[in-house]
Write a protein that binds this ligand. Structure first.
Ligand SMILES: [Zn+2]
Length: 246
């Protein structure tokens, strides 16, 4: 599917570091497509392994026969490679990713059959965490995301939260037996924190994991245990279950 998308000629431009943190920066890039140059920006949160792509002109997407999220996903991968090649992205970027937020989650559809097949009840986890740690104030829907069936390259998105629809999605690979309960719970907790401590603009830039967010996230009782596991095992999550031999 991805192979059929041609992104045009990509050129990486100026990189601006954030004044807040060395882990946050933006890079401009141009994409020459059908004889037009389109300007885009990559926002990088190196600490959390998050790379977000934004195109400044929506006309850009009219050059493709596939959906906007597919174009963005493809661009994301290409830009990531360019940035690694240019030395902008340090090995830190390859560390575990708490989550990645994208504005476009429309391509992700729940897989009802696998929800029922699994004993982990996301709604129960969310309700319990809400009662014990959020004063019952979180109002959100939760479901498993869809298994893409393909290998992730460099990062793994544990979950996501869409502020508009108040929808939390949890990566279906967290259903696997080797994933500790604390990791699944922390992922749900993390996404709930996004509603509790919404993104802020920090020096003109959207910041999701700001100080207040992080301090709330650490209230999860098994935070350290879960993070330790993520650090040493996250690579196992890059591979779809069907690809594994064991
Ligand atoms: Zn997050």
């Amino acid at each position: 599917m991805g192979n059929t998308i041609s992104p045009g000629v990509l050129r990486l431009g100026r990189v601006s570091e954030s004044k807040v943190s060395r882990d946050l920066y933006t890079a401009l890039f141009t994409c020459r497509k059908n004889s037009s140059d389109f300007l885009g920006q990559a926002r990088v949160d190196a600490k959390h392994g998050v790379l977000e792509i934004e195109m400044f002109n929506d006309v850009f997407f009219e050059n493709f026969s596939v959906s906007r999220p597919q174009v963005l996903e493809f661009l994301n991968e290409k830009i990531l490679k360019l940035m690694v090649a240019a030395g902008h992205i340090l090995p830190l970027f390859l560390e575990p990713v708490a989550t990645m937020e994208t504005a476009d989650l429309s391509s992700q559809i729940e897989d009802e059959s696998s929800v029922q097949a699994h004993t982990h009840d996301l709604v129960a986890i969310l309700s319990r965490l809400n009662r014990d740690h959020f004063e019952g104030k979180i109002s959100a829907k939760i479901c498993w995301g869809r298994e893409s069936g393909s290998k992730n390259n460099r990062s793994f998105r544990f979950g996501s939260y869409d502020h508009r629809s108040k929808q939390i999605r949890i990566h279906p690979r967290l259903k696997q037996a080797f994933v500790p309960e604390s990791v699944l719970e922390l992922t749900v907790f993390h996404e709930m924190c996004h509603q509790w401590a919404p993104p802020r603009r920090v020096r003109g830039r959207g910041c999701y994991h700001h100080a207040e967010f992080k301090s709330k996230e650490r209230e999860y009782p098994r935070y350290k245990e879960a993070r330790e596991w993520e650090k040493s095992h996250w690579k196992k999550l890059l591979i779809p279950p069907a690809f594994k031999r064991d």
